[in-house]
Ligand binder design. Structure first.
Ligand code: WTA
Length: 692
């Protein structure tokens, strides 16, 4: 049926030599073998024996079924969840080909369900009411708390009742701007319970970005807290919200209710700016509501949430996920990719402000009835051993994080790790960017004591859940490769012309046919959805990533091929940073490129041209960076500002980023042909100003 399937079958012949060494426990052959491609790390037998998917053969059997009979495969899984009413005769319908009409993806249409009910009530009815749903660890040592499934449900219901009381109805949008308090997943679930659409905005975004998102979805209410502690710093979130609400009102969206959680460890209510009539303290009102709340039953295709993400051009895109397919997909990917067992204690370091926190802090784990650790603080506070302190404290078994954190902790030395036991750990995970083999090895050898498989999960805000990731008990791994597709996913690599290439190859990563967790549209802009993702290579979903496939069929992600940079696993559009820079009154033009960064993966490198007659100075540099912090958020602040009296442009005025990238990364002997530039001299000038 599919080329991909044939390809997977052919790769079932395991790499040569595998048979001889597969009995060894977790062998690292890195030193012995020449290239990463040949570097196989086998799951230890003990792990595989207990794994949900214990062998490549088992994986292949399930994978084959998922591709040849997606309807049967997914509806069997979906039947394990609660549906008020079953979906119609068609499990899914799709059109991913722009040439055949509008792009459409639907799963379980006509099925009536509720994701909050499935995550909480269903698990409580199954006897897990007293199981811990969330362990919360605060910024400072000794600050902690926990909620059982039953008590979580009560808190969610109280907030749902409050939201209903202020007039939030099914389909209305609620913006959530909270740090990693338990109230963040509570707020998400409370919205889901009443069919409201949540739009979580990462609490590191600036007032301006928050306002933009409030306006775009016409939020009915905003949920926030007064302040948050991050390491030694206190950030006054409510002040940021106040500014954002003034801004959004100017654009015609005035929000009547700002529910504010008093985060006492960071700031007292007396010190918080307050707008009577609009602002309400969470603690004063929410606990007064009943602890039960009827579920709003929704169609599988009703929207669950919006989450904005950066693209290569213009404004952030409001990625829309719907209820049914997302529910089934996040639950299933969580279960298999982490080899989840009910006794696991799971900790994902991601913030719920990003997709990872949506799918793998809140929904995926809770749908499985898992115990989740939620950590409010900074991973290196009070010292770089904090993560392992938390692992030991809660006996974390599955630890999921980002390469940037791995790299930054790796720099601090092994002692911070080895002073903790970590013996509870059994599965590690990585997400956000390609994990470089040396970080992989450190994560595996030092953190996991060469005992815990690493699930390197490639996926995106748009995909809802894992797309390419190793099933930890099944495959020998190669450090730095995300390995093979999850059930139901058909990744294809295409060339410039959009032709599928097979075997050992590299090109653009696309996906053929839909999967339940796929996003359905961009909020209010279906055309942009089609243009960005489905027009570049007709017939496929285009991920925006480059990828190669080696002789054994392993996938190696090579990074974004569009104008998106990945800084510490955060997606930032170069166009967004450029437009922030040029809003500075003294900046005439800006061109932003990504450069390799030891810890962050990529850093932001900005070339700026100043308004005629303005001299470049240290003060101006700082003020340009501040402008970006204010417009987007601190995480998007350029690492380097490079003063550019002129930018390399073609005669038609197009900035040649290729050249800028080379200058930024000091690969001056690789500048290539500069003769087509309108003024080739600007290149020498830029190089001369490099260290300015
Ligand atoms: C990158 C985060 C390599 C990739 C879940 C993708 C990765 C973008 C990996 C999505 C990985 C994420 N290996 N690259 N394991 N995971 N990426 O939407 O470039 O914030 O397109 O979703 O991150 O970022 P997003």
């Amino acid at each position: 049926t599919s080329n991909y399937l044939r390809h997977v079958e052919s790769m079932m012949v395991l790499p040569s030599g595998a048979g001889e060494i597969s009995h060894l426990n977790a062998v690292i052959l890195g030193e012995a073998l020449a290239s990463e491609e040949n570097d196989l790390v086998f799951p230890c037998e003990e792990f595989s024996r207990q794994a949900l998917v214990p062998s490549p053969e088992k994986y292949l059997g399930m994978y084959k079924r998922s591709i040849t009979d997606p309807a049967g495969f997914w509806s069997e899984i979906a039947s394990e969840f609660y549906w008020k009413q079953k979906w119609g005769t068609q499990v899914y319908s799709e059109n991913l080909d722009v040439r055949k009409g509008p792009i459409k993806i639907e799963w379980f249409k006509g099925g009536i369900t509720n994701i909050c009910y499935n995550a909480l009530d269903r698990n409580i009815e199954a006897g897990n009411g007293d199981k811990i749903a969330i362990y919360w660890e605060g910024n400072d040592l000794g600050q902690d708390g926990s909620l059982t499934y039953s008590s979580l449900l009560e808190k969610v219901c109280q907030l749902s009742n409050f939201l209903k009381d202020i007039g939030v109805q099914k389909g209305d949008a609620v913006v959530i701007y909270l740090p990693m308090l338990m109230e963040l997943p509570i707020a998400m679930l409370a919205c889901a319970r009443i069919g409201a659409v949540h739009s979580v905005v990462f609490a590191g975004f600036s007032a301006e970005s928050l306002a933009q998102r409030i306006v775009d979805c016409k939020a009915k209410a905003v949920i926030t807290c007064n302040a948050v502690q991050r390491g030694p710093k206190v950030i006054h979130l409510k002040d940021i919200v106040d500014v954002a609400l003034v801004e959004s009102a100017k654009s015609g969206v005035s929000v009547d209710v700002c529910l504010t959680y008093e985060n006492q460890s960071a700031m007292n209510r007396q010190d918080t700016e307050w707008k009577q009539g609009r602002d309400i303290w969470w603690q004063d009102i929410v606990p007064k509501y009943p602890t039960t709340c009827e579920v709003e039953w929704v169609d599988a295709e009703d929207p669950l949430f919006l989450l904005y993400t950066s693209g290569s051009t213009g404004r952030p895109k409001g990625v829309v996920h719907t209820t049914g397919g997302y529910m089934i997909y996040t639950a299933t990917t969580f279960k298999y990719t982490f080899d989840y067992k009910p006794s696991d204690i799971y900790w994902c370091t991601a913030d719920c402000g990003w997709i990872t926190g949506h799918s793998y802090v809140t929904y995926g784990p809770l749908l499985n009835g898992a115990t989740v650790v939620v950590f409010e603080g900074a991973p290196s506070y009070p010292d770089p051993g904090r993560c392992w302190d938390i692992v030991d404290k809660y006996k974390v078994t599955i630890f999921y994080t980002a390469p940037t954190l791995v790299r930054s902790l790796m720099r601090e030395g092994d002692e911070y790790v080895t002073r903790y036991s970590r013996k509870s750990l059994r599965v590690l995970g990585s997400v956000g960017e390609p994990i470089n083999p040396s970080a992989w090895r450190w994560f595996f050898n030092v953190v996991g004591d060469s005992r815990c498989p690493i699930s390197d999960t490639w996926w995106q805000t748009e995909t809802g859940g894992f797309m390419i990731a190793p099933l930890p008990g099944a495959w020998p791994q190669k450090p730095g490769s995300a390995t093979f597709p999850f059930f139901g996913i058909q990744p294809v690599i295409v060339d410039e012309k959009g032709t599928e290439i097979e075997g050992e190859c590299s090109g653009y990563l696309c996906v053929k046919s839909s999967w339940p967790g796929a996003f359905r549209t961009l909020y209010g802009d279906h055309e942009r959805y089609e243009t960005t993702y489905f027009k570049p290579f007709p017939g496929y979903y285009f991920s925006g990533d480059g990828c190669s496939r080696d002789k054994d069929g392993y996938h190696w992600l090579t990074g974004r091929v569009d104008d998106v940079i990945n800084v510490s696993g955060h997606r930032i559009g170069t166009a967004e940073v450029e437009s922030a820079l040029v809003s500075h009154p003294q900046c005439a033009e800006a061109a932003v490129v990504g450069v390799e960064h030891e810890v962050k993966g990529q850093g932001i490198y900005a070339f700026v041209t100043l308004v005629e007659g303005v001299p470049y100075s240290e003060e101006l540099r700082k003020s340009l960076i501040l402008t970006v912090r204010n417009q987007i958020g601190a995480f998007a602040a350029p690492d380097k500002i490079h003063w550019a009296p002129g930018l390399p442009k073609t005669r038609s005025g197009k900035i040649m980023r290729r050249i800028l990238r080379k200058i930024a990364s000091r690969q001056l002997d690789e500048l290539g042909d500069t003769s087509t530039l309108a003024d080739p001299n600007v290149v020498d000038q830029l190089i001369a100003l490099s260290d300015c």
